[in-house]
Each structure stands twice: as C-alpha cells, then as structure tokens.
Ligand binder design. Sequence first.
Ligand code: GNR
Ligand code: NI
Length: 177
Amino acid sequence: MSLLNILRYPDPRLHKIAKPVTTFDARLKRLVDDMAETMYDAPGVGLAASQVDVHQQLIIIDTSDTRSDLRIFINPQIVWASPERSVYEEGCLSVPGVYDGVERHTEVKVKALDVEGKPFELAAIGLLAVCVQHEMDHLKGKVFVEYLSSLKRNRIKAKMLKEEREMHRDNRHSTAR
Ligand code: GNR
Ligand code: NI
C-alpha cells in the first residue's frame, strides 16, 4: 500500500469532472486500498478519488469512532434527498485548517456499486449523510468552500496560496545539498 498525494485547494485539478468506473479489477482494489491508507493517515472521515488526482467516480467514507467501518461507493447516485436541510461545520483534506458551516440535505438515500461492481443502496443520516454529499461534490469538481461567500472564499484562497509559498520556501531551505 502507499500514501497518495492529496491535491490542495485552489488546485484546478480539483474541479475536473469524474467519469464512471467501468472496470472492476485488481487495479481498482489497489486504488481503494491506497485511498483508505491515505484517508486514515490524514486523518479524515472521507476521501474522493478526485482529491488524489484520479478522476473516476469513487469515494470512500469511514465515520466510525473505531476507524474500522470503511464504506466504498463507486458511481454513486443520490436516489432520494430529504426536503429537510441541516447545517454542519465542514472541513476538507484539500483545504486543511478551514472549517465552516454548509447547509445540505439532512438525509439521503444513495445507490452505488461496491468494489466488485455489485449494486447496493444505503440510507444515510447525520455525519454520514454530510460526507456522502461532500464527497459526491468532489466528483463533480466542487469543493465545500464554493458554498461560502466570495469574500470568505477569496480569503481562504489567499491563505492557501500563502501556505503553499511558505511550504516551497521551507523545502528549499531544508534540502541537503
Ligand atoms: O475529514 C473530513 N471531515 C469532514 C468533516 C465535516 C464534513 C465533511 C468532512 S469530509 C473530510 C474529508 C474530505 O475532505 N473529504 O473530501
Ligand atoms: Ni473534501
């Protein structure tokens, strides 16, 4: 298994549209394993393939306290969404250190395929429902900061770019020659 690089906002590759998975093979299983390792290491409760620069419709989620309930969703589709909406304080591994309230459907029913290509349906509520919607947004090229005001988003963008510059500078200074 190996850790994958997580793209950071405002990387333009985060806005690519993911294509459906058509081949259920060992390579797909390897990608799922690597994504799981990357999510647990981060640590995060979810990860979309888009975040590791793979533009295929694949998301993983583990909202359990024990980090032992990995859920894999391939080609996910929301088949029902509650009219009721709730605000949840969200974060994103592609926008580290930023948290803000986002309003989404309180409950969703999602249809997807497992890693073998077998269909299943899941009713999600609470953090799981938030995550399903957050991760499915990534597949459509959408990052949660796009729900915030342009004022907030521009501040976040500036903060992320500043951090990026500082990371590059630190690398230069600490690299042994
Ligand atoms: O780790 C994550 N935590 C989180 C918290 C609140 C709402 C959504 C999330 S998803 C995030 C991992 C991530 O960026 N997935 O795309
Ligand atoms: Ni995210």
